[in-house]
Design a protein around this ligand. Structure first.
Ligand SMILES: [Zn+2]
Length: 345
């Protein structure tokens, strides 16, 4: 028996309707860039530069978000390269690139917080349409990017003050076994061999707080990567981000090539962000990636004249995942993060 497929149906299968996000519209086999406009509300307007890369063949949608923190720049530079390196003709599925999520922080050169509303974009998800600018950015990304994605990577780096060795966050929530296990493999595919396991992320989809967690709570496997340091696009860190994206595209079978997972990862269930007991001048005494024993001197906090206020010591033995390497320090701010490695998970 021969099944006859009407010509109109064939045309529909071969030429699905175009995809429009913000001012960008892409048909299959096309890459297009544009902006998601975030209108003014209680404070100023902003815009989010995006690229849609639509493969000639249908497949999953991977969202790549850079610049959630505006001074974490290695991923921003990397995604500019990724935009030109992905060939839509050879791609299966769609890649949604958010080039700079947090434009106020990027152009304002701020760490952690928006210069407009003083909020941390990675603490306000899923956002609000009538909130302050960080909340409106989160709302736009949740509804226009995350809702359209099947998989998500939020690409961070050490912020402008953070000397960081590459690692990734895997956050199994125990709500969706498929999303948890695929996210674990995504972390291994991206390529960093240091993986922080964070099981304490919120489980309320209305208060998902983090970009990654917003996707994960919607059943979409997601990771947060940390690749780069100190507000500069160091070439090796830019390249690691580019490589990580293409390793992920191969893992998701969106581009051809061998799948490569990290062979001997270190998992960190126990991590601690050390915080400053006072305001003053920070003198770091360790390097990113350094191993420390319990009680080792991590740094010294002095007053503004140089007198020691506090000696900061490692609370347990482990690896310095990042250390704040610039002197300005306010009470309660992070000094660094130490993780205790474990081989298997
Ligand atoms: Zn960040």
């Amino acid at each position: 028996m021969v099944t006859v497929i009407p010509a109109l149906l064939i045309a529909t299968l071969q030429q699905p309707t175009s995809l429009t996000i913000g001012s960008a519209t892409a048909r299959p086999g096309q890459a297009t860039s544009g902006f998601i406009e975030v209108p003014a509300g209680v404070d100023t307007a902003t815009r989010i530069p995006i690229t849609i890369v639509r493969g000639a063949q249908s497949g999953p949608t991977l969202a790549l978000i850079a610049g959630t923190h505006g001074s974490e720049v290695a991923p921003i530079i990397a995604l500019q390269r990724v935009r030109t390196m992905i060939d839509p003709a050879a791609l299966r599925g769609t890649v949604l690139i958010v080039h700079v999520a947090n434009m106020p922080s990027f152009l304002g050169r701020t760490i952690y917080y928006s210069p407009i509303d003083r909020k941390n974009l990675n603490r306000v998800y899923p956002g609000k349409p009538d909130g302050t600018v960080s909340e409106r950015i989160a709302y736009a990304i949740t509804n226009q990017i995350i809702e359209r994605a099947d998989y998500l990577v939020d690409l961070h780096a050490g912020d402008g003050n953070e000397s960081l060795r590459p690692y990734s966050y895997w956050s199994p929530l125990g709500l969706n076994a498929r999303a948890d296990s695929i996210a674990r493999e995504m972390a291994l595919a991206f390529g960093s061999d240091h993986i922080v396991v964070d099981t304490a992320r919120p489980r309320d989809v209305r208060a998902s707080v983090y970009t990654q967690n917003t996707a994960q709570l919607r059943g979409k496997p997601a990771i947060t990567t940390e690749t780069g340091y100190l507000g500069i696009p160091a070439e090796d860190m830019v390249q690691r981000n580019v490589d990580g994206v293409f390793r992920l595209l191969r893992y998701l079978r969106m581009v051809p090539g061998d799948v490569e997972l990290v062979r001997n990862p270190l998992f960190f269930d126990r991590t601690e962000v050390l915080r400053s007991p006072a305001t003053g001048v920070w003198h770091a005494k360790v390097e990113r990636g350094q191993s420390v024993q319990k009680g080792a001197l991590v740094g010294i906090l002095t007053d503004f004249f140089g007198a020691t206020q506090a000696e900061i010591r490692a609370p347990f033995g482990g690896i310095v995942l990042y250390i704040v390497a610039t002197p300005a320090m306010s009470q309660g701010e992070p000094l660094g993060m130490i993780g205790e490695p474990r081989l298997e998970r």
